[in-house]
Every structure is written in C-alpha cells, then in structure tokens.
Write a protein that binds this ligand. Structure first.
Ligand SMILES: NC(=O)c1ccc[n+]([C@@H]2O[C@H](COP(=O)([O-])OP(=O)(O)OC[C@H]3O[C@@H](n4cnc5c(N)ncnc54)[C@H](OP(=O)(O)O)[C@@H]3O)[C@@H](O)[C@H]2O)c1
Length: 256
C-alpha cells in the first residue's frame, strides 16, 4: 500500500508552493518521496520553503512571476536544463479580488483571470515537452490544477473574476484531459473549500466559525486533507483518474 501512494523518484513543480495550499501540497509530495521545485515571485520565500521541505526530502527553489509570459518561458528553460522530464505539475498559484459589482475594477478582473486561468494554460503549454517525456501508458505524467469550490457553487463573496477563473480552470481541466490522455498525461483539478492561508486569513478571522459550522463536516480544511488528495492524484493510486474535479471542502461546495 505504501508503494501505491508513493511518488518516490518523481519530479514535481508546485507553483505558489511557498505558503498556504501550495506548501501543503509541496510538503505532501516531498514526504511521499518526490523532488519538488517550489515557485513563487519572492526568491526569499522560495528559499525558505525549500529549506523547510529539505528537512523532509528534496526541494529546490525556482522563483518566477508566473503572470509574465517571459517568466513562464524561463521556468520551462530552467527545468529543461536540469531535468529529463517533469512527472507532476501543480498549477496552484492564484489570487483573488473582492469589490462590489458596480465598482469592480478592470484591474481586479485582469489580474485574477491572468494568474488563475491564463498562467496555468501557458505554463502547461510551455512544460508539455517535459511532461510528455515523463509520461508512459502505465505511469502517466500528472497535471493538477487547483481550482476552488467557488467555481462549483455561488460564493456569498463579491469575487466575480475569481469565481469565473476557477470555473474556467475546472473546464479547462476537462478539455486538456481529453487531449492529453492519449499522450500519457492526466489532468485533474482539486477544488478546495476553506483552508488557512494568507488569501483566506481575513475571511477566516471574520467568519471562520460560521463557515466551519456550515460545512457538513463542521470544520475547515487541514494540511493533511490537501496533501492527501494531491499525493493520491500524483501517485500510482491516481493513474486511472483524469478529467476529474475533486472538491476537498468538508461538503460545502456540493451541499451549501
Ligand atoms: N485557501 C483557501 O481556502 C482556498 C480555497 C479555494 C481555492 N484556493 C486556491 O488555492 C491556491 C493557493 O491559495 P492560498 O489560499 O494558498 O493563497 P496564498 O496563501 O495567497 O498563496 C498564493 C501563492 O501563490 C504565489 N503567487 C502569487 N502571485 C504569484 C505570481 N504572479 N507568480 C507566482 N506565484 C505567485 C504566492 O507567493 P508570492 O507572493 O511569493 O508570489 C503564494 O505562494 C489558489 O489558486 C487559490 O485560489 C484556496
């Protein structure tokens, strides 16, 4: 059973892997045996996350602003120079923006749509040669997109571009799963509910108890909940799963 959920010998890139949900996923993959590149804008945050993860396995800092096309190309070049293939790509980096409908700014639309939807597409595109090099019929390469329950249900928050970007990412997951399956690459999405992070800090401080009480499982997410689903999708256990959008939300997205 430990072999079924092992990612030993695999190489992964986790975008936004320096904190929050990305770090939960990166830590899970490292502990399950993968070599994990962690990427975010801040070099010092990447170094700090890699140093922490290196206490449990192997991690490498790879700073980049993934909202920039040129930076995406550079990440692909750097990975190609260092690795023969990429087994696991986790498109996790994301941002949100809240404003009333009447006052919602163009900048809040573009920033969120670009980072949450355009960047995962462009990064996937740039890394296809490495993913194709890693995938085999028995052991496909994996793309894991981090969506949100806000792409499944209608959030009470005025986060229009965020909701649209996440619903778009979920459907892009299915579109790419169909095309990339025959190329030995699975594409799945995780749709998290509420988890502790910088992005969620203000919301959880204000209404965290209410959110937890509304969930059928009566709590917010824990790091192991996120690590568990990522390791499942990335390991041999998940090798026949593609095109799935998996809510990890204590039941909120499907029942509230
Ligand atoms: N927390 C939740 O409850 C929740 C629920 C549903 C979905 N999600 C999704 O989970 C993902 C992670 O969210 P989080 O809550 O963990 O947020 P977070 O704590 O704000 O972390 C975001 C991560 O993305 C990185 N990042 C931001 N802009 C970037 C850019 N332009 N280029 C590269 N990296 C960038 C950040 O590092 P730098 O600042 O150093 O760039 C950080 O590592 C997001 O896609 C989010 O939508 C979260």
């Amino acid at each position: 059973m430990s072999d079924l959920f092992s990612v030993a010998g695999r190489t992964a890139l986790v975008t936004g892997g320096t904190r929050g949900i990305g770090l939960m996923i990166a830590r899970g993959l490292v502990e399950a045996g993968a070599k994990v590149y962690v990427s975010s804008r801040k070099p010092e945050a990447c170094e700090a996350a890699a140093a922490e993860l290196n206490q449990h396995g192997e991690a490498v800092a790879l700073p980049a602003d993934l909202s920039e096309e040129a930076e995406i190309a550079r990440v692909a070049e750097e990975l190609s120079a260092r690795e023969q293939g990429l087994d696991i790509l986790v498109n996790n980096a994301g941002a949100t923006w809240g404003a009333t409908l009447d006052e919602f700014p163009v900048s809040g639309w573009d920033k969120v749509m670009d980072l949450n939807l355009r960047s995962p597409f462009l990064l996937t595109q740039a890394l296809l040669p490495l993913l194709r090099a890693a995938g085999t019929p028995d052991s496909p390469a994996r793309i894991i997109n981090v969506g949100s329950i806000d792409g499944l249900h209608v959030s009470p928050l005025p986060t229009y571009s965020y909701a649209a970007s996440k619903a778009g990412l979920h459907h892009l997951t299915r579109v790419l799963a169909k095309e990339l399956g025959p190329q030995h690459i699975t594409v799945n999405a995780i749709a998290p509910g509420p988890f502790e992070s910088k992005m969620m800090a203000a919301t959880l401080a204000a209404v965290g108890d209410q959110i937890a009480a509304s969930a059928p499982l009566r709590r917010i997410g824990r790091p192991d909940d996120m690590a568990g689903v990522a390791v499942y999708l990335a390991s041999r256990a998940g090798s026949y799963v593609t095109g799935a959008v998996i809510p990890v939300d204590g039941g909120i997205g499907t029942t509230v």
